[in-house]
Every structure is written in structure tokens, then in C-alpha cells.
Design a protein around this ligand. Structure first.
Ligand code: SF4
Length: 245
């Protein structure tokens, strides 16, 4: 039986087929790179944990809000003072935002951080019986909680797949070549979900923070000392002829 005649209409679109192949190959290459980065950073930083100190889930919510435009070390200095005066969700929910602000002011943006913490603790107290909800969308709906904080809680507190796209993660992913010139946190997160095994995301992001502080320092990455240099896009560009051959 004669096959269907090839016409201009049903002729396979070579160009789009080729583009699809290239996109698939590109995705595989990014996945391979991600696995290599994960393996090497695991060796370099066996312990991957959050640099903010907390004992209870609600305390991590407080700390992560305070950490905006502030160092984790400063936050860790301030939170014990806050919890000494307001030891639980109910106490913080009952406090006036001004009372919270008085303590958290050294973290910067005191008024808005105090307002968010107060509002957030009131929702936890009134809606969730002083517990932190385990659902990503419920977390996102809490006052002052964005995707970064919600992912951190999901990963660190509940042990669920999470990708925390903070400044270290975004900077390193662009330098290494895991993403290409993407700066918006939600877009970086979306790209990383495609190439990182879900169970590895949370720890990898903690390791990005550790690596970003120790070696891949903003504005002066120490490529010569970096365990990722031969696979990192930026690192490879900085290799001298002698190092490369
Ligand atoms: S090779 Fe350089 S740019 Fe790449 S991750 Fe290491 S320090 Fe950062």
C-alpha cells in the first residue's frame, strides 16, 4: 500500500525537531553538571545545615524574616533576646509590634519586620493552634513569608523537597552555569527543579551558602581554590593555558 504523500503541509519540520533535540541535550547536560556539583560540594561540606539558629519551627519563621538584608550572625544574636521576653507563639502574638520592634531593630527594617512577625504569629496562634502549617501554599499565605522562607521551612523543618533561591544560590548557579543569566528567584527555582533531584535540593542550597561564603565570595570568587573550577563555567574561563593543559 502506498504511503501517504509528503506535502508541504505534513512534511516534518526539521528546524523545530532539531531545536527540540538541542533543548533535550542541553537539559541532560545541565542535569549531569548538577549531579557533579552536588557530589563535589557534599565532599567539601559534609554537614549541610541552616546557618540560622532555631529550636522550633516558628522560630525559624521569625529568624528568616529578620535575616532579610541582615547577616545570619546578627539575627542569631538578637533572637535569644526576643525569645527571652516572648518565649512562644502566643506571647509573640499578644505583643504589640512596637515591643517586638524595640528588640529586633538592630537587624534593620525594624518596623516592617516587627509588623510581619507580629501578624504572622497572630495567624499561627489563631488559625493553626500555634503550629507552623506543613503545606507550601499555607506557608506562602503567612504574612511576611515568601517562596524562599516557605521552601526553607519545607526543607529544614518538614524534610520535604525544597529549593531555597537566596543570593548565594542565584549567584553560584549563574557562575557555575546551572542556569543562564537568570536573576529572578522564582525563575531560578523553576529551572533548578528541572535539573536537581528533588531530595537533594535543600542540602545543595545550604552548601551553596557555605561555598559562597568560604570560596565563591561575591565580587571576588576564589576560583584557584575551588573544587568546582574545572566544571564551573566561570571557573573554566579563568583557567590559564598552563592550568588547562
Ligand atoms: S570556580 Fe570560581 S566562580 Fe566557579 S564556583 Fe568556584 S569560585 Fe565560584
Amino acid at each position: 500500500m502506498a504511503g501517504k504523500a509528503v506535502t508541504a503541509k505534513n512534511r516534518p519540520n526539521r528546524k523545530s525537531g532539531q531545536l527540540e533535540k538541542e533543548a533535550a541535550a542541553d537539559l541532560e547536560a545541565h542535569k549531569e553538571l548538577a549531579l557533579e556539583v552536588i557530589g563535589r560540594l557534599k565532599k567539601e561540606y559534609p554537614e549541610a545545615k541552616c546557618t540560622l539558629e532555631y529550636e522550633k519551627a516558628w522560630q525559624l519563621l521569625v529568624s528568616v524574616r529578620l535575616a532579610a538584608q541582615c547577616t545570619d550572625a546578627r539575627v542569631d544574636q538578637i533572637t535569644p533576646l526576643l525569645y527571652e521576653k516572648f518565649p512562644d507563639v502566643a506571647a509573640l502574638a499578644a505583643a504589640e509590634p512596637e515591643e517586638i520592634e524595640e528588640i529586633v531593630r538592630p537587624c534593620g527594617l525594624g518596623r516592617s519586620k516587627a509588623r510581619d512577625i507580629s501578624a504572622c504569629m497572630r495567624v499561627l496562634h489563631e488559625k493553626y493552634g500555634d503550629h507552623v502549617p506543613e503545606d507550601f501554599e499555607d506557608l506562602l499565605a503567612l504574612p511576611g513569608v515568601g517562596r524562599k522562607s516557605a521552601n526553607l521551612i519545607m526543607g529544614d523543618v518538614f524534610g520535604k523537597p525544597a529549593i531555597v533561591t537566596d543570593t548565594h544560590c542565584i549567584r553560584l548557579c549563574n557562575l557555575i552555569g546551572l542556569v543562564d543569566q537568570i536573576r529572578e528567584p522564582a525563575k531560578v527555582e523553576r529551572e533548578l527543579w528541572k535539573i536537581i533531584p528533588p531530595e537533594e535540593g535543600n542540602d545543595l542550597c545550604h552548601r551553596f551558602v557555605l561555598h559562597g561564603r568560604a570560596v565563591c565570595i561575591a565580587r571576588r570568587p576564589q576560583c584557584g581554590k575551588c573544587c568546582l573550577r574545572d566544571i564551573c563555567r566561570h571557573g573554566k574561563e579563568t583557567l590559564t593555558y598552563g592550568e588547562a593543559f
